[in-house]
Design a protein around this ligand. Structure first.
Ligand code: SF4
Ligand code: SF4
Length: 206
């Protein structure tokens, strides 16, 4: 394909043109109309868009960037080789790693300590992108309220074993299906697209 085959779209010009041609009165009426339709749907029970959280939860996508998961090898040992790529890429400086020598000389190092400060984390996923080993991925777990500051720092154990992550399922993992790594737990929903509690938003029958 030649460069001349591509069409260049100037989004600024397009937005300005749309703004210029827009009829403010019509757009306002359309907006109110949409709101009124939603109101009627809810009052008549035709469609229910409410989610009764926390009893019901939105089924987040398998690209959701929730709390992290450290993956494992076939034998269940931690996959991380303590290369510090994730900690270097992290814009929030919230990953702390202590490296130790691995008994297997072909592996060289492993993470003896791997902490993520979840209160500092901005859930950007850069650590996952930077990892050359598929050793860190994200989950769909988004409920990370705690009573003390200490418990917001997740260590290796917590990054590998969390019932919430089992229920909600794994999230952002750009190399899915994972080729070299394994999850340290079995997700409650084997199909990655069905993880999370589904919320019924289909119109109710009258
Ligand atoms: S998601 Fe972003 S902010 Fe959080 S640990 Fe990874 S790189 Fe750091
Ligand atoms: S999680 Fe990945 S990027 Fe981070 S230290 Fe371990 S192997 Fe390196």
């Amino acid at each position: 394909m030649k460069n001349s085959d591509f069409k260049t779209i100037n989004v600024t010009e397009r937005a300005e043109a749309q703004e210029k041609n827009a009829n403010p009165f019509l757009e306002t009426v359309k907006g109110f109309g949409f709101t009124f339709k939603r109101f009627l749907d809810h009052v008549t029970g035709a469609e229910d868009h409410l989610i009764s959280y926390p009893e019901e939860k939105r089924p987040y996508s398998n690209r959701f960037r929730g709390t992290h998961i450290l993956t494992v090898r076939e034998d269940g040992s931690i996959k991380c080789v303590a290369c510090y790529m994730c900690a270097t890429a992290c814009p929030a400086d919230c990953i702390s790693i202590d490296a130790a020598e691995h008994p297997d000389k072909s592996i060289e190092k492993y993470a003896k300590r791997f902490d993520i400060d979840m209160l500092r984390c901005v859930f950007c996923g850069f650590c996952v992108d930077a990892c050359p080993e598929e050793a860190i991925i994200m989950s769909r777990e988004h409920e990370i309220c705690e009573y003390t500051r200490d418990t917001t720092i997740y260590g290796i154990d917590r990054l590998m074993n969390r019932p919430q992550a089992v229920d909600m399922g794994p999230g952002y993992r750009p190399n899915y299906p994972m080729i070299e790594s394994k999850l340290p737990f079995t997700p409650a929903h084997p199909d990655p697209d069905k993880a999370g509690k589904p919320v019924n938003t289909t119109p109710k029958k009258k």
